[in-house]
Design a binder for this molecule. Structure first.
Ligand SMILES: NC(=O)c1ccc[n+]([C@@H]2O[C@H](COP(=O)([O-])OP(=O)(O)OC[C@H]3O[C@@H](n4cnc5c(N)ncnc54)[C@H](OP(=O)(O)O)[C@@H]3O)[C@@H](O)[C@H]2O)c1
Length: 276
């Protein structure tokens, strides 16, 4: 396993995304993922599965210190009191004590950034989380947030895959010693996996298209990924990417695909994204 080293945080480069996993199926997938070797699980209050994620981790029998758990505070809860209450509720639901990483899920322009970042930092002081970070922050927002935080922000979780460039956000992450955790890292299982550039690299290495895409991400300095699957047989596939390396021409050809600039997650409350 590769780790993203960001300040004092060591984030396993591959984690299990859990958006849309629910109920017993979620408990089961989290436990199976840990059995398959995953050491990083990503949840959020908004996913409605924090309780099940916690239960899956307990069911796996893994030592608490051996697993990296991330959760997130929803963007409507960023005023000081709301953020503190939401974070405490998440910890109660997960039921494992402090999480490893607490993120602001999306920025909210109606709440002063300093207020949210101060409240987020207080979740470390209050023993709710070991580390803090953000998600869906642009490079400008990241510069502002990093300058105001009492505790280091260790990551920005953003959409990243071969059809979306993130050069500016990645440069900002590196400026501030933060990791970039890629969400929708396999393009939600869509067209990216059928692209000839990806398919030919997959054939050349005897790997699947998803493994090629994930490998392209984690080969970049400071980048990790949290693919989601609801199929137990795909858990191992999405983790088995540490036994080969892309060739330089493949890396360049995949990077060139990012010019398509196709964003999959762009809700009405999204910030003004970095221009490409
Ligand atoms: N911070 C944010 O705002 C934010 C936003 C979106 C997502 N996220 C996080 O990032 C995680 C991942 O992103 P995502 O769920 O949007 O998309 P994703 O991981 O790119 O794609 C998931 C889709 O790909 C399919 N898939 C999984 N493994 C595959 C494989 N090896 N080959 C072919 N298809 C495969 C899955 O289908 P099957 O279930 O059938 O395998 C599922 O439909 C989320 O679960 C969540 O934890 C965060």
């Amino acid at each position: 396993m590769k780790f993203i080293e960001a300040g004092t945080a060591r984030i396993p480069a591959i984690g299990l995304g859990t958006y849309t996993l629910e109920g017993e199926a979620c408990v089961d997938m989290v436990a199976r993922a840990i059995e398959a070797g995953y050491r990083h699980i990503d949840t959020a209050r908004m996913y409605g599965n924090e309780r099940e994620v916690g239960e899956g981790i307990r069911k796996s029998g893994i030592a608490r210190g051996d697993i990296f758990v991330t959760t997130k505070v929803w963007w409507t809860d960023l005023a000081e009191k709301d953020l503190k209450a939401a974070a405490a509720d998440s910890i109660d639901r997960i039921g494992l004590g402090a999480v490893d990483l607490m993120l602001i899920h999306w920025p909210n322009p109606d709440v002063a950034l300093e207020e949210s970042i101060d409240a987020l930092a207080s979740t470390v002081d209050d023993g709710l989380t070991k580390h803090i970070g953000v998600a869906n922050f642009t490079s400008t927002l990241l510069d502002e947030a990093a300058a105001m935080s009492d505790h280091p922000l260790v990551c920005n979780q953003v959409e990243y895959h071969p059809f979306l460039p993130q050069a500016q956000v990645l440069a900002a992450c590196r400026r501030h010693d933060m990791g970039l955790v890629a969400y929708s890292p396999i393009g939600r299982g869509g067209e990216v996996l059928n692209h000839p550039v990806i398919r030919s690299a997959a054939e050349r290495h005897g790997k699947s298209p998803a493994q090629i895409v994930l490998r392209w991400e984690i080969e970049q300095d400071g980048v990790g990924a949290i693919p989601r699957t609801s199929k137990p047989e795909r858990l191992a596939e999405n983790l088995e990417i540490f036994d080969f390396e892309l060739y330089e021409d493949e890396r360049a050809a995949i990077t060139a695909l990012t010019r398509r600039n196709e964003r999959l997650v762009d809700p009405s409350f999204a910030p003004n994204w970095d221009r490409t």
